[in-house]
Design a protein around this ligand. Structure first.
Ligand SMILES: CN1c2c(nc(N)[nH]c2=O)NC[C@@H]1CNc1ccc(C(=O)N[C@@H](CCC(=O)N[C@@H](CCC(=O)N[C@@H](CCC(=O)O)C(=O)O)C(=O)O)C(=O)O)cc1
Ligand SMILES: N[C@@H](CCS)C(=O)O
Ligand SMILES: [Zn+2]
Length: 799
């Protein structure tokens, strides 16, 4: 780099979006990735598809009204995950991959190895990105993890944009957030934290910024959302000090674009705002949908990028109120710019693709990414030209909002009345000891019962049959016959493997939330509203727009059919109220608690109907319980109260003999053990294999009193664990949880796995369990022989 002048700050664009959907309007990138991984296409073909997706973003945002040359269009393409992109750029390859990844530059294949693992390298862990249903790959940092500028993709994308006539704004994860979201690598000293490596990392960012400037970037966006979170285990002062230090270094970098530090998902604390300002960053962004204006912002000279359009939900919303927030900042003399509150990668591409699935009325209440970008363009015009210039757009949004408030189905008096009548008694079951005795007598299960979490592989054949049914190529009778065959095969397989508590396999579900949304009043589902969940995996979050009601049983026929094929208990399988909310786009016109209770009452009816149909074990999954935990600590108690109560409302209406299970995964649960206890489920299965039973230690520390099924098979990777590995995990679990409370199961459902690895892994799981039971019997026999010297060991073993 020859140019060593510090780039002066440019004018920040009047309006921008913090990011855009990355998977392609028709999931082109998903398909290209999966084709490449299957070996059906080349890396060049994958790169070509990705380049088209990148250009489609630039064009879509230009069409929405963004200038091509003022850095208002973000350059945020990611082939798999944006934290992984940053890891690659700063060369932070964990030492355990050093034998497989070495030479610079780091490549896409290196990225895929980190993300997906192979036989000898377990993949990086995934966890939730702040309080969203997006999962990022967790960097593993040790005192000696190497840092060097090792991947130029973002700079290349800026050059590519330039060649197409765009001056875009590269977006990257900032150094504080990168380290705050990382975990300490295994085996490091207990007092080591990744943030201690900030000084080693910053020179790489300096080099990266120079390369971006050289590629033509006027502005760079550094995402520092860690600054708003109180749940990362790092206190506010430490984060602010780290930001002050990091951005003092970066703003003095010899060659760099202007620095825009964005934060999202909650209120930016005053201390963090002050730190960024003092450090000399050129623009500061904050979320005014979830958060409020940091107090020092109003008196600041730094350009403020106010996130007033909700990037995390799909409502067209109150545009007038959004503009009023900008006006209020403007009136206090601030230099104000309009933006979305978060990146738009949490919402689908465009409403233009929903002409069939959604009614015109519902569509008029909504805005997906392209429509939100247009809203920003409107607000920017208002900032530049005054309120009158955008009066028509503001009025149109207000009219749509008024229509939404009074439309049929939004408020159903009967539903509100039922929620109002809920009493504490509806949330209570008999004490666990009473239930345990009754369930043990009626279910008669062996010690260490084996089971699975619900779904069996969603094979291409199943997905194709569903597609054919949706398209009308096969009729309902043929589709349901096909599904019954699937259920029969799944039951037979579980018998053959020797599992104790069976499942029907969930073949009828496209998704564990969307399926329920399709069968409940108050929801709408989209045709093409795909949103990335991780890597190539996407979901179509449903739109919860009205009061929720169940008009007929949903899962009962499938569970009943499965139970008719077996004498072993078949678990009923439902998704819990919190997870249904977390993975849908939820109405924002009433408290979440009210909506959660409506969903809970619908599920309560389903739970009772399953029980009446002879289903003796019912699992209500709540994998998103931790995900919705607010990032602000002072909101935790309220959230945990209503979310736990909603689960209890859904599940507490059954007899003592009916065993309620729940399932938790995809998050770290240590922090909410008391809430897990509060769910009062008879059995809780919980993801544990990848973290080697850490969560079980937390449960044991809490003296958790009910049944627990720590996952003993990490289902996120195609790797088949052998019996010895599962036995090792079981042994670790039996050290912490009394054997009579312990269940044996995988980490999560098997929908993303194939049958080959499913069958082999479950066989190993059963073999390890049989060996563990044998060992327990022998230990019991030895104990009995020692305490009652005359008793015959065989009698004691059978007791
Ligand atoms: C368990 N998890 C879930 C989360 N969120 C959810 N909403 N659901 C979850 O299960 N969050 C946390 C975790 C991890 N996240 C995910 C997210 C997504 C998947 C996954 O496997 N997604 C599938 C799509 C699932 C789906 O909706 N399938 C539909 C449509 C299938 C489809 O694309 N059909 C094709 C035609 C098929 C063919 O020709 O073969 C088409 O329409 O073009 C269905 O089954 O009907 C994905 O592939 O991304 C897992 C974990
Ligand atoms: N019952 C669901 C839970 C996933 S979190 C499944 O097995 O896929
Ligand atoms: Zn799960």
């Amino acid at each position: 780099m020859t140019n060593i002048t510090n780039t002066p700050a440019q004018h920040f664009p009047t309006g921008t979006v913090l990011g855009y959907p990355r998977i392609g309007r028709n999931r082109e990138l998903k398909r290209a990735l999966e084709q490449y991984w299957r070996g059906d296409s080349s890396l060049d073909a994958l790169e070509a598809v990705h380049a088209e997706v990148r250009q489609a973003r630039r064009n879509a945002l230009a069409d929405a009204g963004f200038a091509r040359d003022d850095a208002s269009i973000p350059e945020d393409a990611s082939t798999y995950d944006h934290v992984l992109d940053t890891l690659l750029a700063v060369g932070a390859v964990p030492e355990r991959f050093a034998d497989a990844i070495g030479e610079e530059p780091l490549t896409l294949d290196d990225a895929f190895l980190l993300a997906r693992g192979d036989a000898t390298h377990p993949a990086l862990e995934m966890t939730k990105w702040f309080d969203t249903n997006y999962h990022y790959l967790v960097p593993e940092i040790s005192p000696s993890t190497p840092f060097r500028y090792a991947n130029r993709d973002r700079a290349r994308q800026v050059t590519e944009a330039g060649a197409a006539g765009f001056n875009t704004r590269p977006t990257i994860v900032g150094p504080v957030t990168f380290l705050a979201l990382a975990k300490a690598a295994d085996g490091v000293p207990a007092d080591f934290a990744p943030l201690q490596r900030l000084d080693d990392l910053l020179p790489v960012y300096v080099e990266w910024l120079a390369d971006l400037a050289e590629a033509g970037a006027q502005w760079v966006q550094l995402d520092e959302s860690a600054l708003v979170s109180q749940v990362l285990g790092i206190d506010e002062r430490t984060l602010s000090d780290a930001a002050l230090h990091a951005y003092s270094v970066l703003s003095n970098a010899p060659q760099r674009p202007a620095l825009f530090v964005s934060t999202a998902y909650a209120t930016l604390p005053d201390t963090a705002f002050n730190a960024l300002e003092l450090a000399g960053v050129d623009a500061i962004g904050f979320d005014l949908v979830r958060g409020s204006v940091p107090a020092p912002a109003r008196a600041s000279n730094v350009p403020l990028v106010a996130g007033v359009i909700d990037g995390h939900n799909i409502w067209r919303g109150d545009l007038d109120a959004a503009f009023a927030k900008l006006e209020s900042l403007q009136q206090s003399g601030a230099n104000v710019h309009a933006s979305t509150s978060t990146s738009l990668f949490h919402v689908p591409h465009t409403l233009a693709d929903e002409t069939e699935a959604l009614s015109p009325q519902l569509r008029s209440w909504l805005a997906f990414a392209d429509e939100k970008a247009r809203q920003i363009a409107t607000l920017a015009a208002g900032l530049a030209q005054g309120r009158d210039a955008i009066a028509a757009e503001l009025d149109a949004a207000t009219t749509a909002l008024e229509d939404r408030r009074s439309a049929d189905g939004v408020h159903l008096p009967s539903v509100a009345e039922r929620v109002a009548q809920v009493t504490d008694a509806d949330l209570q079951r008999e004490p666990f000891a009473v239930r345990e005795a009754a369930q043990s007598a009626s279910l008669n299960l062996p010690v260490l019962p084996t089971t699975t979490i619900g779904s069996f592989p969603q094979t291409p054949t199943i997905r194709r049959a569903r597609r054919d049914f949706v398209r009308g190529d096969i009729d309902r009778a043929a589709y349901e016959e096909f599904l019954r065959d699937e259920v029969r095969e799944v039951i037979t397989l579980q018998h053959n493997i020797g599992l104790d508590v069976l499942v029907h396999g969930e073949p009828e579900r496209n998704d564990m939330v969307q399926y329920f949304a399709e069968n409940l009043e108050g929801f709408a589902t989209t045709a093409n509203g795909w949103v990335q969940s991780y890597g190539s995996r996407c979901t179509r979050p449903s739109i919860l727009w009205g009061d929720v009601e169940r008009t007929a049983p949903i899962t009962v026929p499938w569970s009943q059919y499965a139970q008719s094929l077996s004498d072993a208990p078949v678990k009923g399988m439902l998704t819990g109220p919190v997870t249904i909310l977390a993975w849908s786009f939820v109405r924002d016109d009433q408290p979440l608690e009210q909506t959660a209770n409506q969903v809970a009452l619908a599920l309560r009816d389903e739970v009772r109907d399953l029980e009446a149909a002879g289903i003796r074990i019912i699992q209500v999954d709540e994998p998103a319980l931790r995900e919705l935990l607010p990032l602000e600590r002072d909101r935790h108690d309220d959230y945990l109260r209503w979310s736990v109560n909603a689960f209890r409302l859904a599940t507490a209406g059954v007899a003592i003999e009916t065993q309620i299970h729940t399932h938790l995964c995809y998050s770290e649960f240590g922090e909410i053990i008391a809430a897990i206890d509060g769910l009062d489920a008879d059995v809780t299965s919980i993801e544990a294999a990848r973290s080697r039973m850490e969560v079980i230690e937390d449960l044991a520390d809490h003296d958790y009193p009910r049944g627990v099924g720590p996952g003993v098979w990490d289902i996120h990777s195609p790797r088949v664990p052998d019996s010895a590995e599962i036995a090792g995990l079981l042994e670790a679990a039996t050290d912490l949880i009394p054997a009579n409370r312990l269940w044996v199961n995988p980490d999560c459902g098997l929908k993303t796995r194939g049958y080959e690895e499913t069958t082999a892994s479950l066989q190993h799981l059963v073999a390890a369990t049989l060996a563990a039971r044998e060992a327990l019997q022998q230990a019991a026999a030895r104990d009995a022989a020692q305490t009652v010297p005359d008793a015959a060991p065989a009698v004691a073993a059978g007791a």
